[in-house]
Design a protein around this ligand. Structure first.
Ligand code: NDP
Length: 484
């Protein structure tokens, strides 16, 4: 055991163990070794977590925003001070290359804490004049928020949810994915070290059933989930029974549209980032790469050459660019999609097999060309390093095909013609779009999906809407004019 946390849960300001819960082995995806073991939260642990969140939230809501912010900013400093250790832990938990976890995961989480610390003191209500009377509005916290995370960015997700929640006066109970339980515990430890009062950020481990039990608990006021569409549908429905607030960050099958006039190297670079970063396990990935016919040969030649130069291997090594998938189950799922794409007529440009590495859940970075809209590879979220390249002739056609999906998380356009870029983006059904860029998600920019890809937005000023609620206060300044 090389990454064993002090205990499975973090409740009411301290690590807590309860071995009565079923064991969950944490597996290092590069070797298949068990690196830690945690236990699923029992009902007693959940009760303590929710009770402490409820108790702590009232005082926190009454704390001056600038004082809340100071604590979060101290947490940012603590994260930066142990950046290398945190990156290594994230790599063990997820199997993602250390060169990614050093720059993306915790750094992006720290950015969220810093951003919402700065934003919280600026959040104010309105005054609405009504002649002699007036209304003023207060932006109040929602209360106790439940965060449920996916396994692809476990620490970033924990930060993206807790940062606005805490900055704006809420408490949070967070359940990480059972596959990656370690990062959120570290966040809880860091927040308490930074001065966060006990009970405001609790971490409880468990599988889906633990998440489901929390969603319907009457002490939960809001649910924020990052996960797949089927889980989102279940959680949204369960939350609706209590008319709870929700933020749903769900899956995607996003189009990346490359016009003939695009810079080929930039477009290839973006397609690689949009499919192979985090071993392809990113919800906003541009997994349907539409390439206009005039550029197709050049694009595929460069794509093949650059894909075959990717360094695949042990994610702990500095030069590794592509690590394993997160789990054996995910590897089976992805290999199933590859086999199906071959059967349905996809042409393998490169890859298509498990990587020749003895242990671990590795697959070669894979590119399919001549993919058509009806192939499963073009319709379903694979969540692995498998790129589908589709051909197109003209702008109207590609917009219609890009939108012909139940998902609407993200989209990208590459072209030298900026008027066209804006015209196309205006017609794409997606919550986040990029022009001549892909998969950049700075905390300043709202992030979330339309259609089946989600409800609500994380990050940016937009997140304030989702972690506060408005109270309108009517102030009568004159006599009460009753007709009775
Ligand atoms: P899942 O949907 O399987 O799980 C997400 C989380 O929900 C996990 O913590 C899971 O627990 C929990 N859960 C499962 N069932 C329930 C339930 N009935 N009630 C409450 N909680 C439940 O997603 P994955 O973890 O497999 O993550 C991959 C998916 O997440 C992809 O589809 C991807 O698109 C999406 N995603 C979306 C992002 C976005 O921002 N839009 C970002 C990242 C990922 P457990 O895992 O322990 O079963």
């Amino acid at each position: 055991m090389i990454a064993q946390p002090k205990a499975s849960h973090f409740v009411d300001g301290a690590y807590v163990e309860d071995v009565a819960g079923a064991a969950i082995d944490v597996i290092f995806p590069a070797t298949g070794e068990v690196i830690a073991r945690v236990h699923e939260a029992t009902p007693a642990i959940l009760d303590r977590a929710l009770a402490s969140a409820r108790r702590a939230q009232g005082d926190w809501a009454r704390t001056r925003p600038v004082d809340r912010a100071r604590i979060l900013r101290r947490a940012v400093d603590l994260i930066h001070a142990q950046a290398e250790d945190l990156a290594q832990l994230e790599t063990l938990d997820t199997g993602k290359p250390i060169q990614e976890t050093r720059v993306a995961d915790w750094p992006s989480g720290a950015d969220a804490l810093e951003y919402f610390a700065g934003l919280a003191p600026t959040v104010t209500g309105q005054t609405i004049p009504l002649g002699q009377d007036f209304v003023y509005t207060l932006r109040e916290p929602v209360g106790v928020c439940l965060g449920i995370g996916a396994w692809n960015y476990p620490s970033q997700i924990a930060c993206w949810k807790s940062a606005p929640a805490l900055a704006l006066g809420n408490a949070m109970v967070f359940k990480p994915s059972e596959v990656t339980p370690l990062g959120a515990l570290k966040l809880a430890e860091i927040l308490v070290q930074a001065g966060l009062p006990a009970g405001l950020f609790n971490v409880v481990q468990g599988r889906g059933a633990v998440g489901a039990a929390l969603v319907t608990d009457p002490r939960v006021d809001k649910v924020s989930l990052t996960g797949s569409v089927p889980t989102g549908q279940k959680v949204y429905a369960a939350a609706a029974a209590g008319v709870r607030h929700v933020t749903m960050e769900l899956g995607g099958k996003s189009p990346l549209i490359i016009f003939d006039d695009a810079n080929v190297e930039d477009a290839v670079g973006a397609a690689l980032l949009a499919n192979f970063y985090s071993t392809g396990q990113i919800c906003s990935n541009g997994t349907r790469v539409f390439v206009q016919k005039g550029i197709k040969t050049r694009f595929l030649d460069r794509l093949k050459a650059r894909t075959e130069a990717i360094v695949l291997g042990d994610p702990r090594k500095d030069d590794t660019q592509l690590g394993p998938l997160v789990s054996a189950a995910q590897l089976d799922k992805v290999m199933g999609y590859v086999a199906q794409a071959r059967d349905q007529g996809g042409r393998v440009v490169t890859g298509g097999n498990r990587a020749p590495i003895k242990d671990g859940f590795y697959i070669q970075p894979t590119v399919f060309a001549d993919v058509t809209d009806d192939m499963t590879l073009a319709c379903e979220e694979v969540f692995g390093p498998v790129m589908a390249v589709l051909d197109f002739e003209d702008e109207a056609e590609v917009i219609a095909r890009a939108n012909a999906t139940e998902f609407g998380l993200a989209a990208g356009v590459f072209t030298a013609d900026l008027a066209r870029a804006h015209r196309v983006v205006a017609q794409l059904q997606a919550g986040t779009c990029w022009i001549n860029a892909y998969n950049l998600t700075p905390v300043e920019s709202p992030f979330g999906g339309v259609k089946m890809s989600g409800v609500g937005r994380e990050n940016g000023h937009a997140a304030v809407e989702h972690y506060t609620q408005i109270k309108s206060v009517y102030v009568g300044m004159g006599p009460v004019d009753a007709p009775y």
